[in-house]
Design a protein around this ligand. Sequence first.
Ligand SMILES: [Zn+2]
Length: 154
Amino acid sequence: MEAGDSVLSLNLTMSKFYPSLTPMKRNEAALLREHGINPSAQRVAVAQHVLHTGEHPSADEVWKRVRERFPQISRATVYNTLNLFVDKGLLRRFVLVEGRVVFDPRVENHHHFLDEESGMLHDLPWDALEVSGVTQLKGFDVREFQVVLRGKKA
Ligand SMILES: [Zn+2]
C-alpha cells in the first residue's frame, strides 16, 4: 500500500463513521477501548446518551438522561466522563453562550445555527459557508474556528 492510500482509506472510514452517529447502534465499549478509555458500565451509559445524539446536550442534560437508567450515577462522574471523552477526541466541548457549555458528538469541522426562539443548536455543513482571511490574521495563530449564526428557523 502506498502512503497516499492510507490517507484515502482514513478519509473513507471517517465519512462512513459520520452517518452512523445518528440512529445506528454501535458497540460503545469497543469504541471507548479504541480511544484508550476503560469502558466501565457508567462510561458506556454516558457514551450511549451522548455519542449518538444529533443534539448538543449540556452536561446536566446528559446527567439527567443517564440517571434514568443509572439512578446512582453522580453529577461529577458524568462531568468527568464527558471531559475524558473530549480529551480522547470523541466529543467536542463548545461554549455556546456565556455559561452554557454543550457537547458535540460531531468532531469534524462544521458550523452552527442557534435558533434563538427554541435554544436549539443546528449543525451546518462546513462547506455551507465560506470564511476567508482566517490564516492571514496578523498576530493570531488560529488553531480552529467555526461560525455560529443566530436567528430563527424559517
Ligand atoms: Zn454541532
